[in-house]
Design a protein. Structure first.
Length: 252
């Protein structure tokens, strides 16, 4: 890959990983359009970059959760949040392991991306509904984790699916935003271990991609934060439906 290709893929990963429009879907399309055979090690670097972005953004929350666990503060809100992150990770992990082969087969299909984008659009519209008064609990953490697992499919946005389901189930916008992104951390770590293993290599492409993905990923999280507070998440469905329609017209 040349410098321009590295920059383009890193920016796409950084922005679309956290904006509710599916990073996997956009990377599949970009790779197809650019005629690239992207090394797995480079993908691993991009994912680690976006992981760094979310860890830095929520560092205060993460430190409070870790502190609550170390001190066994079982009655604290942070301790419960940590438990819900663990419970929400379980359905994600089960789907990832049981349907791994099926999900992998979809990554070579732009048509699957189009279908995934349509699903994302519907989920984003659903975010307009819900009471907006509840906090995360065990049943909702499992439900959100289930949709995070479904979002492994290309075209289905992880942030779009989890935040939309959280909002539709009545969770407060700020709480939905925070839980969705913190829940993504073990999922990203697990996915990198499962998919990329020891493929990560140190090269100027991977280091540059890592840095760009981290920076653009941080910006994307800030954008989503503001969008959530203004309750405008559903507007991203317009983009998802439009891109899906273009793909359907092109492919069919």
């Amino acid at each position: 890959m040349d410098l321009i290709e590295v920059v383009v893929l890193a920016v796409i990963q950084g922005l679309t990983e956290w904006l509710p429009i599916s990073s996997s879907g956009h990377l599949v399309l970009a790779q197809t359009l650019m005629g690239l055979e992207v090394p797995l090690g480079f993908y691993a670097a991009l994912h680690l970059g976006t992981l760094l972005a979310v860890v830095v953004y929520f560092r205060a929350d993460l430190l409070r959760i870790i502190s609550a666990f170390l001190r066994a503060e079982t009655g604290s809100k942070e301790f419960r949040l940590g438990l819900y992150v663990i419970s929400g990770t379980i359905p994600t992990a089960v789907l990832a392991l049981v349907f791994r082969g099926f999900f992998e087969s979809l990554f070579s299909s732009p048509l699957a991306v189009a279908v995934g984008l349509m699903i994302t659009g519907v989920l984003l519209i659903s975010s307009r509904f819900g009471g907006r008064s509840r906090e995360v609990d065990l049943p909702r953490s499992l439900l959100i984790g289930l949709f995070q697992g479904i979002a492994i499919a290309p075209g289905v946005s992880r942030s779009g699916a989890t935040i939309s389901v959280a909002l539709a189930s009545g969770i407060q916008p700020k709480e939905a935003f925070r839980f969705s992104f913190i829940l993504s951390i073990p999922a990203i770590i697990g996915a990198n271990l499962l998919e990329f293993g020891s493929t990560l290599t140190v090269s100027y492409q991977s280091l540059l991609g890592f840095a760009i993905a981290a920076a653009t990923g941080y910006i994307a999280i800030r954008i989503v934060d503001r969008v959530i507070l203004r309750e405008k998440l559903h507007l991203f469905s317009i983009y998802c439906f439009a891109l899906a329609l273009i793909l359907f017209i092109t492919l069919l």
